[in-house]
Design a protein around this ligand. Structure first.
Ligand code: FAD
Length: 471
């Protein structure tokens, strides 16, 4: 007798290679039904933001094409996940569902519920670890507690037994006798306004092939110089793998194996930060909403709508911050060094709550990731794990002069300053009138005056932080 069908529920694992859920379904024999279900209401406040939805649309289009090349169909559905899975099982006669695990708190709860309900209905459910090098909960310190400092965490990871080799993609996916009806991808209405998406489109190629191409380019052109190059927003010194990793178009295990001889490199340590962030979110599920360090709960955050808009639009009067915020808006991504500077400016110079910044990033980043975004913002605000000390306030001028020494990054994203000479490009507000005049810049007309004076804002922030640390 022919084996009944299996459903493979795709989530943030939009790839055919190194996909344990898919491999297990194929191995089981019988027809395989690849399924994606759009159910944003099930992700609490963290349904994919606008830029992520753009990515998701194109990543699904790419996956659908790859699946069609295997003479199969990607079944796209929307609505309550459990109901959709049950309906698909009924329609296809499937008696097994396979998926790869996710670790966001709300998703974990939902998945546990779905697993129990399906099993209760006599459907076999198996889930696999595929998005991280090590399953959360398996890397603990000698006291059996989660690490809260990165270096010992990563050392422990490097000391663990090697992971097995990445899995090959399947050669074919056996079809059921008849297919349940899929929705067209457009029915999910994931795409934002065309004019906003144009810049993002020009910057990225979502999908498995795009992920592999980025990794190859990075190894060929940037890996050797990564230790320094990763800090230079004016160069392509990083891998730009973050959205591909977030949507699971490439697995960290594939990256790990590709870099087999360079596993302890600075680059792999960054993959380690991704692991660290996901393990922390698993152990401290309240941290997207609350600071990890409880004394920060009473930090006197301020709010000013005009300043928030200036920050979001890249009109703070600090060129490196503005270049970063405009790069984010135009491409859905911002260089890590500039993320730190722009986030520090919001939190420490403007004293605005890190959660407001995290929410803006959530909506505008193509790589928006609950674990990495939470860690990044809490790190900058000083309230998270292994966080920057409170007295570390990034100086947007000094950071610009150090990491964008020729001003090329600022010239690209803040073109109204393009004619300023290098020594003034990161601080136009200090430039002599004649220099501004020659560069065709009138401050307050072509480019904003600084919204705050950094040196003063820094003093105010230090006082607020010091009060807190003395409690
Ligand atoms: P590479 O330097 O090439 O690093 C390779 C991979 O390592 C990245 O793709 C990413 O998966 C991981 N990685 C690198 N740095 C970090 C880090 N500090 N924390 C966790 N993982 C890291 N990253 C996201 O993926 N999603 C986010 O929502 C996000 N929000 C952030 C918010 C703030 C305030 C800050 C300071 C950082 C944030 N980061 C986030 C981390 C980091 O900025 C990006 O992962 C990185 O810039 C992506 O570019 P890349 O792929 O070229 O990185």
């Amino acid at each position: 007798m022919r084996q009944p069908a299996s459903i493979v529920w795709f989530r943030n694992d939009l790839r055919l290679a190194d996909n344990p859920a898919l491999t297990a379904a194929v191995k089981r024999g019988g027809p395989v039904l690849p399924v994606f279900i759009w159910a944003p209401d099930e992700e609490d406040d963290w349904a994919p933001g606008a830029a992520s939805r753009w990515w998701l649309h194109h990543s699904l289009a790419s996956l659908r094409l790859s699946i069609e090349k295997l003479d199969s169909v990607l079944l796209i559905r929307k609505g309550e996940t459990l109901g959709q899975l049950r309906q698909l099982a009924r329609q296809s006669g499937a008696n097994a569902v396979f998926w790869n695990d996710r670790y966001e708190p709300q998703v974990l709860l939902r998945d546990r519920h779905i697993k129990a309900s399906l099993r209760g209905a006599g459907i076999d459910v198996q889930s696999f670890s595929a998005g991280l090098l090590h399953e959360p909960g398996t890397v603990l310190n000698q006291a059996g507690k989660p690490y809260q400092v990165f270096t010992p965490f990563w050392k422990a990871c490097l000391g663990l037994a090697d992971r097995c080799m990445p899995l090959h993609p399947p050669r074919r996916l056996p079809s059921p006798a008849s297919w349940p009806r899929p929705l067209p991808l457009d029915a999910l209405a994931l795409l934002p306004a065309a004019d906003w998406a144009r810049g993002i489109e020009a910057a990225w190629k979502p999908g498995e092939a795009g992920a592999r191409a980025n990794l190859r380019r990075f190894i060929r052109k940037a890996l050797a110089a990564y230790s320094d190059g990763r800090n230079r927003p004016d160069e392509q010194g990083t891998s730009r793998l973050s959205p591909h990793l977030h949507f699971g178009e490439i697995s960290p295990r594939q990256v790990w194996q590709t870099l087999a001889t360079r596993r302890s490199s600075q680059f792999m340590a960054e993959i380690g930060w991704r692991e660290f962030a996901h393990h922390l979110l698993f152990h401290f599920p309240h941290t997207p909403r609350e600071p990890l360090r409880p004394n920060f709960r009473k930090f006197p955050w301020q709010f000013n709508a005009r300043l928030m808009t200036a920050w979001q639009q890249g009109r703070t009067g600090y060129p490196l911050v503005d270049a970063g915020m405009r790069e984010l808006w135009a491409t859905g991504w911002m260089h890590n060094r500039v993320r730190m500077v722009a986030a520090s400016f919001l939190v420490k110079d403007l004293l605005m709550d890190w959660r407001r910044g995290a929410a803006w990033f959530w909506d505008t980043l193509v790589d928006a990731d609950l674990a990495n975004n939470t860690l990044g913002w809490q790190w900058v605000a000083g309230c998270g794990a292994d966080a920057a000390p409170y007295y570390r306030v990034f100086n947007p001028v000094g950071q610009g002069e150090k990491f964008d020494p020729d001003g090329n990054y600022v010239r690209r994203w803040v073109p109204e300053l393009a004619q300023l000479p290098n020594n003034w490009i990161h601080r136009p507000f200090d430039a002599p009138a004649a220099t501004l005049n020659k560069a065709g810049v009138v401050l307050g007309r072509d480019y904003p005056e600084p919204v705050v004076t950094h040196a003063l804002a820094r003093q105010v922030a230090l006082m607020a932080y010091k009060d807190l640390s003395q409690d």
